[in-house]
Design a protein around this ligand. Sequence first.
Ligand code: ADP
Ligand code: MG
Length: 348
Amino acid sequence: MERSLIPAQIEFRSLTKMYGPVAAVKDLSLTISRGEFLTILGPSGSGKTTTLMLLAGFVAPTQGDIMIAGRSVGAVPSYRRDQGIVFQSYALFPHLTVRRNLEFPLEMRGVKADERATRVDRILERVHLADLGGRMPSQLSGGQQQRVALARALIAEPPILLLDEPLGALDRNLREQMQGEIKNLHREFGITTVCVTHDQDEALTLSDRIVVMRAGRIEQIDAPEALYDRPATRFVAKFLGEANIFESPRFKLESDAAQPPGSVAMIRPERICVAAPEAPRPPDAHQRQCVMGTVDEMIYSGPLRKYRVRVAGSALVVREHVASGQQIFQRDDQVRLEWLRSDLRFVA
Ligand code: ADP
Ligand code: MG
């Protein structure tokens, strides 16, 4: 595919959408860079779909504005906007072949027949469906249909691409495969992409930045690793991954940093090491906090082993990668837990 498209910058300016008394989206301001892959993540009802529908022009804002490539699109109806969209339900035209589905956006833009054929061939090749152009959507698997939907969203090389739970209907293996596919397409096309999902793995895998939404507002926005490693609030810590939150621990937590007022301490389960009480301490023991505990439960799940451990009235979750030669602990075993003091976080 040649890189003829020009990705657009997107800017939300104090965007609000009211449904009666309910603010589905509340005073949302955000700039999405040209070529960025931004994911909107949040629990059900947090305003993700509404934000995407506002961006797509299917829903009009109550207040605020959206700028695409520096121009207000407030007054532009969705069918006049230059954007590719992929929904969870593939929304292919059921009565048209794959080829005709792909030609449709080009026809709408007045692209001539021979040019359409060339571009359809090229994108079919690109999404590994070169032999299936003559099929009807009903003759394709879920993954194949979703590839066609992606191809159809991209074929006219729009400046922005909108994805709403694009992989939600696929089973897990296929989902992972398609995540890789979307990532490659994004890398290749460089298109500004806004994706809505409630699937944290998808968000972490695909995104340049993630917006975590809560009750219509932005709770935190950051790169995936920063968001996971340094959540600002308890809500983000618990929504993205698993977190041990120390509400009122009955033992003293050691930290290199001072605890900000009004915050609670948090540590990720995989940052805690579990060992037998008498096992030798690691070489960096002086940088670690060490506590004794009792195993409540051991849960084995393929590559991971999870322990619930009681430590002075707190229940901690510990997660470790299963490796050969590792000692396995059972309920009521005494264990020593330790973690780097620098791995302790404070969340609001
Ligand atoms: P999400 O996609 O994060 O699950 P939505 O954007 O669909 O959240 O919804 C956000 C809030 O707005 C919810 O409280 C929802 O009930 C409300 N809402 C969304 N669409 C409508 C609508 N068409 N009419 C009334 N309320 C709506
Ligand atoms: Mg939704």
